[in-house]
Design a protein around this ligand. Structure first.
Ligand SMILES: [Zn+2]
Length: 114
């Protein structure tokens, strides 16, 4: 069931124009996207990349960066890639902070113990 974008009148599914106000109705307005969805295999591949030690993480970051700017991809997917990039960046920064703080604390401890 479609609704006229101009006046809000309920339209017949096959209507090419609104019987109430006469404005044209675009064909399949909600399904105009020609972008193909990502297959299950595609998602498995994407999920496995970061599991490869060292190289996988770097490749994954590069691919996330490419995906986040790829306008051929679904906007949802691009937003997901951007979110993954931001989360990864936060995790890396937190890891460095924790490593520095704990590293300093540990070296102090070893110094006092020796
Ligand atoms: Zn209308």
């Amino acid at each position: 069931m479609n609704v006229c974008s101009n006046c809000g009148a309920t339209l017949n599914d096959n209507a090419s124009f609104c019987p109430n106000c006469g404005s044209g109705v675009p064909a399949y307005p909600a399904y105009s996207s020609k972008k193909t969805p990502i297959s299950v295999g595609g998602w498995i591949g994407r999920s496995l990349i970061p599991c490869i030690p060292l190289v996988g993480g770097i490749v994954y970051l590069i691919m996330l960066f490419i995906w986040s700017g790829d306008t051929n991809k679904e906007e949802t997917f691009r937003n997901w890639a951007k979110a993954q990039l931001i989360v990864t960046a936060i995790v890396i920064v937190l890891t460095i902070i924790v490593a520095v703080v704990f590293g300093a604390a540990l070296s102090d401890l070893l110094y006092y113990l020796s």
